[in-house]
Design a protein around this ligand. Structure first.
Ligand code: EPS
Length: 389
């Protein structure tokens, strides 16, 4: 499984081409739209989300509610494009026109300056339009197909927020998958702990009134992955390593941890690892899950627990940081582009979908079948084999 996306934030549309999904997987556009709608929500988004209604158009690869086995082509139109037709149009326009809305003051923390140096663009809009997190809508579309594949295999995924601006939602270790999905979906800041909501929203309001921004921590929880998905034999076949790469690949994400994560540095080995047990119902399992469902780059059969940290969005509406105008070289404050005070809740939905994609990809590699029912049968057989192994 692999996918590519194309499209600029204020261009006509985002396009996803997804390949490697077996044939005969039941899927409709509602499965994808549900995910897109969730990504658009969350307290702390800016005005752009009032303009957009992200709805997928399926352009290929799905017919009569089933995948064909051919590449899946998904399109999400940018409703805002109607306000940007000249600025973002593909046809040549005069050099000196205001219609370009040229950007020359790079924002610290964005891709602006490094991208301009690398691609040689004197108009930083050529960088920021693609580096914008708008593109994550296209990743969510691909992840929604992956999530549907996992669901049909009995694997469920939940993404939610753990922390915003230093306010922590309490750990809910005993919660069922259903509770994780339902409670986070009802919460305006997508947490499992309603007692943290008010404080988080107040902090977001404060950041907004100051023209500032906030980051946070998101968690993704995956249940139903059998032991042994991924591999220890090469660095690039380790499932945790692939997941880490795709999480840090989300715009503004700076770190990732599994299970107790960085806290492992503080304790003894005897306190860190998860003891092995066996019974008829569960087969091999662990009596704890401090390693977050991974050993040796492979799933252990316990829930996968992944957290990612998102830095505060660098566009600062009222207090832009110091920068340099790339035309005049004068020291001047950075450009201000419309942005979101806090996108951590939306990012938890994005993280859920990129993690789902990596898990589905690893499973389709391990059980390579052209038809989904064959994949399901092979996975069910494997589950039974390892239970009695
Ligand atoms: C973004 C800036 C804002 C966000 C955008 C990401 O867009 P605009 O500049 O049009 O106001 O709303 O996110 C989305 C459009 C989206 O769909 O998530 C940025 O600079 O990354």
């Amino acid at each position: 499984m692999r996918y590519l996306t194309a499209g600029e934030s204020h261009g006509k549309q985002l396009t996803t081409i997804l390949e490697g999904i077996p044939s005969k997987l039941p899927i409709t556009k509602d499965d994808i739209n549900e995910s897109l709608l969730r990504r658009q929500q969350g307290y702390g988004r800016g005005k752009r989300m009032q303009i957009e209604t992200d709805l997928v158009e399926i352009m290929g690869g799905i017919r009569h509610g089933y995948t064909l086995g051919s590449p899946i082509s998904l399109v999400i139109r940018n409703d805002d494009f109607k306000h940007w037709t000249d600025i973002m149009g593909e046809d040549p326009i005069p050099e000196d026109t205001k219609l370009r809305r040229v950007v020359t003051r790079p924002r610290p923390g964005h891709a602006d300056l490094n991208g301009a140096l690398k691609y040689g663009h004197r108009d930083i809009r050529n960088i920021l339009e693609r580096s914008s997190a708008r593109e994550t809508a296209a990743r969510v579309a691909a992840g929604a197909v992956a999530k549907k594949l996992l669901k049909e295999l009995g694997i469920e995924v939940a993404g939610y927020v753990k922390e915003i601006g230093g306010i922590v939602a309490e750990d809910q270790e005993g919660m069922s998958m259903k509770e994780r999905q339902e409670i986070s979906r009802k919460s305006p800041v997508m947490v499992l702990d309603p007692s943290a909501e008010k404080e988080m929203m107040e902090k977001i309001d404060h950041a907004k009134s100051e023209g500032d921004t906030l980051g946070g921590v998101c968690e993704v929880y995956v249940e139903g992955v059998p032991a042994g998905v991924g591999s220890y034999v090469h660095y690039d076949r380790k499932l945790d390593s692939r997941i880490a790469g795709s999480v840090v690949g989300i715009n503004a994400f700076k770190g990732v941890e599994f299970g107790i994560g960085f806290d492992a540095a503080k304790i003894y080995g005897s306190e860190n690892h998860d003891e092995i047990a066996w019974n008829e119902e569960l087969g091999y399992h662990r009596t704890s899950n401090r390693l977050g469902g991974f050993e040796g780059g492979m799933s252990t059969g316990m829930p996968l627990v992944v957290r990612g940290v998102m830095k505060p969005i660098p566009t600062l509406m009222k207090k832009p940081l110091q920068s340099v105008d790339i035309d005049t070289k004068e020291e001047i404050t950075a450009t201000i582009e419309r942005s979101d005070p806090c996108a951590v809740p939306a990012a938890s939905v994005v993280m859920e979908h990129v993690v789902a994609f990596e898990v589905a990809k690893a499973i389709t590699e391990q059980f390579p079948h052209d038809q989904f029912p064959q994949l399901k049968e092979a996975l069910d057989k494997y589950r039974e084999e390892i239970r009695w192994f």
